[in-house]
Design a binder for this molecule. Structure first.
Ligand code: NI
Length: 180
């Protein structure tokens, strides 16, 4: 698996609704370990496959003591609400207060193809909701007030410009070289 790098704001994959996973095999398990590696390298606590350029509904969440690996996760129930400022590896140095359910019921497949279902609350419940948002092309900036959006505008443009530059370089890497 080449080209698995952290995707940042401005990369079109972050705005796509990710595809449902139709089989769980070595490719998916490989992807999960790459995701864990990239998340840890970047000191993250959660990561969604589109954030490393893969169009699949897969997320990982670092709960205290356990790394949750969720394939095709669905939030079945939500309870309570709470505001907290969130960051995102795809949006460096951007923080937005987001209102999320305190407690959720989740259903997903694990890497052994088992259907799992559990209730989780607190911070990990928040991280799961954040990662499931990624699978639907939703980012924390979508929750920002107009005022906050105005204040973030320049920083967002900077991230997007850098993303565009990287994508352009990757595109050219694949072109034929005529000046050998
Ligand atoms: Ni994120």
């Amino acid at each position: 698996m080449s080209n698995l790098r952290l995707r940042k704001y401005g990369d079109p994959i972050l705005r796509k609704k990710a595809r449902w996973v139709e089989k769980i095999g070595s490719e998916e398990r490989d992807l999960l370990s790459h995701m864990a590696k990239i998340m840890h390298e970047n000191n993250g606590i959660g990561l969604a496959a589109p954030q490393i350029g893969v169009d699949k509904r897969i997320v990982i969440v670092d709960t205290e003591g356990e790394l949750l690996k969720l394939i095709n996760p669905q939030i079945l129930e939500m309870e309570g609400e709470e505001w907290l400022s969130e960051g995102c590896l795809s949006l460096p140095e951007i923080f937005v207060p987001v209102n999320r359910a305190k407690k959720i019921k989740i259903e997903a497949l694990n890497e052994d193809k088992k259907l799992i279902s559990f209730t989780i609350e607190g911070f990990s419940a928040r991280v799961i909701q954040h990662e499931v948002d990624h699978l639907n092309g939703v980012l924390i900036i979508d929750y920002a007030t107009e005022e906050r959006k105005r204040r973030m505008k320049r920083s967002l443009e900077e991230i997007a410009n850098h993303t565009r530059m990287l994508l352009e370089m990757e595109k050219r890497r694949g072109e034929k070289m005529y000046f050998k």
